[in-house]
Design a binder for this molecule. Sequence first.
Ligand SMILES: O=c1ccn([C@H]2C[C@H](O)[C@@H](COP(=O)(O)OP(=O)(O)OP(=O)(O)O)O2)c(=O)[nH]1
Ligand SMILES: [Mg+2]
Length: 148
Amino acid sequence: MKSTLPVKVINLGKHPLPAYQTEHSAGLDLRANLEAPVTLKPLQRALIPTGLCIELPEGHEAQIRPRSGLAFKHGISIVNTPGTIDADYRGEIKVLLVNLSDADFVVEDGERIAQMVVARYERVGWQPVEELSETERGAGGYGSTGKK
Ligand SMILES: O=c1ccn([C@H]2C[C@H](O)[C@@H](COP(=O)(O)OP(=O)(O)OP(=O)(O)O)O2)c(=O)[nH]1
Ligand SMILES: [Mg+2]
């Protein structure tokens, strides 16, 4: 990408700053910053520190998303996916991993456990009304366009 968004960062941890793994990756891989490995038993969850504190520009959020490789190979996901990092959050970014497999999983220090995607957002200004515009879909949802 030609242009990048400047984001202030403090790295409390011992690993390099997150990096994009390929030229057009949307997500920066986040590493676990641990003093000792953490074992997740089946269905167990743990808040894993990353050592990173950031200052996002106003109008931006960061989403903390699972990595598909860990999900596919080991059933590792994120309980609150996508996690939301607010632009006014100054604490350490943490990742709420969960083990959805039937085997123990060990999170190692420095392991890439999640990815962070930064996105712009809009804030809503409510306009209370009596009616909403008519559409073909109307109130249909939850598979309304699928098989009968
Ligand atoms: O996966 C996550 C999700 C959130 N946070 C941090 C950043 C975020 O800005 C703050 C609050 O997150 P959220 O709004 O999702 O949590 P809450 O339960 O609503 O807590 P709060 O009342 O503090 O907003 O926690 C993380 O470090 N990791
Ligand atoms: Mg909140």
